[in-house]
Design a protein around this ligand. Sequence first.
Ligand code: NOJ
Ligand code: MG
Length: 531
Amino acid sequence: MSEPSAGRTPRWWERGVIYQIYPRSFQDSDGDGVGDLAGIEQRLDYVASLGVDAIWLSPIFPSPMADFGYDVADYVGVEPMFGTIEDFDRLLAAVHARGLKLLLDFVPNHSSDQHPWFVESRSGKDSPKRDWYIWRPPAPGGGPPNNWISDFGGSAWEWDEASGEYYLHAFLKEQPDLNWRNPAVEAAMFDAMRYWLDRGVDGFRIDVLWHIVKARGFPDNPANPNWHQGLGQRDLLIQRNSTDQPEAHAIAARMRALADQYGDRLLVGEIFLPNDRLVAWYGTPGRPEVHLPFNFALIENPWNAEGVARLIADYEAALPPGGWPNWVYGSHDAARIAARIGEPQARVAAMLLLTLRGTPTLYQGDELGIGEVVIPPDRIRDPRELREPGLGLGRDPSRTPMPWTGNAPNAGFSTADPWLPINADWATRNVEAEHEDRGSILWLYRDLLSLRRSTDALSIGDYREVEARGDLLMFDRRHGDHCVRIALNFGETAIDLSQSGQVLLSTLGRSGRPSTLRPNEGLIFLAGEPH
Ligand code: NOJ
Ligand code: MG
């Protein structure tokens, strides 16, 4: 695979690593049990100490919190629970003072039903903002206009008695979909993007970008022949007509043009699609779209060496010329990596993520190896779990507060009872305790990040698979004549390595020139040396 950056200086986000902060759960500064901007500012030295390059903040805008900030009631303000615009400016300056970048979370597909635009739109069929949202009369025989299902279960249409029409909501009924076919909506949303870019933010993660335009005429979605018990209602249908429309690509290209007017800003698109359609969101050299369409392959696929080797190969092969790859295995929406595969393999996963070719995104708390957190029924907050209980769709277990210390109430996150419980093992699994233990997973992350930063082969080099057999995945990263080899053991038995070189890093803290991979071990070593 050739280097897209060959012949020019890599852009900051190509070498860089993104760290996602979920503001409600990072650090509370005002004793209300919910994290806030001043809390994040207090913990910036920790973030910088990890060795990441950019922070992506989940939404901080005024919100009734029906979907914890992904229901925005004002695109150009700060949620009072999180602080003020002055707090934001201070945080941004403090981020920049540490040489870090800041990405905000832009939520263009839908607003809150409390947004003044929707309140106006809902006021009647003649409202000047009626067409800012998606209103339809009932189907000819009555009932919702089509069969579309909300991602959180139930019809995607909500009946509005007062005005006698349905409105569309791809998520909660408190999150009405905006009508991006209306140029006034685009203009208003682009103004909001400019507002934050003018303030100095370094870019956006764009929420459900592939949802923003729906097929004309709102045809039914086809049934999903692969649906089975245990899946959520969303998956009953294939979202053919409600997502991934050509017109949305044109909007993404205009968003990109807007961002490019500001210089080196970054757009990351949240897009769940198979590779061939995912990579279309890079756009073309003449009409670029987002810099990084999120690649969720490591979240969506089982964890085994041969399968992971295949998904890397498939993704690399799908990338268009100049399309810079990216990888992610955790977020506020997905089960935590250590909960999925256990801490020993979570270490191997960390080595994989931070040695793959492409920009990695880390999710807060994964660097501590936080695993399964059981949420007692009376503490469930995620509307997705409340609406479709018991299917394992709930996202609260990944959103629990950061444990900072074993020596303060609520792990140092808050003086008040936190909005979600903290991981049960917080007394030992916390930042302070792991900082004091050189063998902790926290130090593994720091060591990986520092090695990646100092090694061009790892940050911008080529990727080449060497071997994928049984529990072994081995690949090379090469830059010029410098080559490092990564060998990962996805299993519980030792694997003989016919050759190895000087170890640069082991997930188990070993050094030397080992000729075997221990169970659950990952190694980075200098390749090309005789054993
Ligand atoms: C994706 C976000 O990551 C998720 O948390 C949210 O519920 C949906 N988009 C709707 O905005
Ligand atoms: Mg607070």
